[in-house]
Design a protein around this ligand. Structure first.
Ligand SMILES: *Cc1c(COP(=O)(O)O)cnc(C)c1O
Length: 390
């Protein structure tokens, strides 16, 4: 049985073209970029080439880009590193209420260190509106952090409009772009974005590598201590195989993003159509059109989401309930609760995130299995209710 992977927002398979490049920097080109000999010079060159590839997809200058161990560390550095460095200017920060835990927990850490945090509520589509951000900004606000694309429901925020608000109010604007980078157009200049986090393993690159863009003129306090790498912002010998992998992954996205988005929107719509043609009481979470191309987040009313997830897994179909980080916990997803779902509805919700290697055949088989499993789980639930009320 061919397995079908519909969990690309959790992680992706490394693109074979990326793996080829990574292999070269594991086996042949292993020098330390800080060394002066030829081994060092060739990896230094590769490091700077990758920096350019990653920067191009953000429209920032390569010297504004600092490699980190991933999206989490980039978010930590943006929130904690920036706030600690700029404390003299104010002690208030604004974040969206449905951010990734890497941002949410950085904000809690800042509260523990005496900062004040406002959390802006999302509307029913999961959008954080520029007006709501504007209303939350105070005289003492030094930083706003709002994600570009939500990892669970796929809603795309208008970060350009939020950036304009922050620019006008003189507040630094960070966006967690981990889910949008390489999939949705992002231009830090046009959108007035001062800091942005990206991660390699969400764009078919290796795990454990990411980057933080920090606009020239913005200062961030390092959270690592040692050498002089990455402009002193993130020190320690560079993860060269990871970095060249991220660079190659970014270059592929730049070349293929437009076609890939078109393909994924069509596959997502087909999957959605097949399911709703056959099943009643299925609702879409997130924005109907302003969403990540490959994200389909559905509530199957009356069905236990975990049971459905396991039934699909037995058929080789991988989906997720809520977010990857919160599966394993019984609490309903904070994102789904925030956009107005009841606990029961949140527990009846699955996230299906399509990606590069998915085909129409995958969609057709998955749709048939999902329809079948939802029907039988609903039947069993019905029988169960009848027995209980008899
Ligand atoms: C995956 C993800 C992260 C964390 O990135 P890692 O590279 O896994 O540390 C942060 N934010 C969002 C929105 C994500 O989806």
């Amino acid at each position: 049985m061919k397995r079908i992977y519909f969990d690309h927002s959790a992680t992706t398979q490394v693109d074979p073209r990326v793996a080829e490049v990574v292999r070269e920097y594991l086996l042949d080109k292993f020098g330390n970029p800080s060394s002066f000999h030829s081994f060092g010079r060739e990896t230094r060159e590769a490091l700077e080439n990758a920096r350019m590839q990653v920067a191009e997809l953000l429209n920032c200058s390569p010297d504004e880009l600092h490699f980190t161990s991933g999206g989490t560390e980039a978010d930590n550095l943006a929130l904690i590193g920036y706030s600690l460095k700029n404390r003299a200017h104010g002690d208030h920060i604004v974040i969206g209420s449905i951010e990734h835990p890497a941002v949410l927990k950085s904000a809690v850490e800042l509260e523990n260190r005496g900062f004040k945090v406002s959390r802006v509520a999302a509307n029913r589509y999961g959008e954080i509106t520029p007006d709501a951000v504007s209303a939350a900004i105070e005289d003492s606000t030094i930083l706003v952090s709002v994600m570009h694309v939500n990892n669970e429901i796929g809603t795309v925020n208008d970060v350009g409009a939020i950036g304009a608000v922050c620019c006008k109010r003189g507040v630094t604007f960070h966006t967690d772009a981990v889910q949008s980078y390489g999939k949705v157009t992002i231009d830090v200049r046009a959108m007035n974005i001062d800091m942005a986090s990206v991660s390699s393993h969400k764009i078919y690159g290796p795990k454990g590598i990411g980057a933080l863009y920090v606009r020239n003129g913005i200062e961030v306090q390092p959270l690592t201590f040692g050498g002089h790498q990455e402009a002193g912002i993130r020190v320690g010998t560079e993860n060269l195989p990871g970095i060249v992998g991220l660079g190659e992954a970014a270059a592929i996205c730049k070349a293929e993003m437009e076609n890939e988005a078109e393909k994924l929107i069509a596959l997502r719509q087909l999957l959605h159509q097949r399911i709703t043609d056959e099943l009643e009481n299925v609702s879409l979470n997130g924005h109907p059109s302003k969403r990540l191309p490959g994200n389909l987040n559905l509530t199957f009313h009356g069905v236990e989401g975990e049971a459905l997830l396991m039934a699909l897994d037995l058929e080789g179909i991988a989906v997720s309930s809520g977010s990857a980080c919160s599966s394993g916990s019984k609490d309903p997803s904070h994102v789904l609760s925030s956009i107005g779902l009841s606990d029961e509805e949140a527990h009846s919700t699955l996230r299906m995130t399509l990606g590069r290697e998915n085909t129409i055949e995958d969609i057709e088989r998955a749709a048939a299995v999902i329809i079948n499993k939802v029907r039988s789980l609903r039947e069993m639930a019905g029988i169960h209710t009848e027995i209980q009320s008899a």
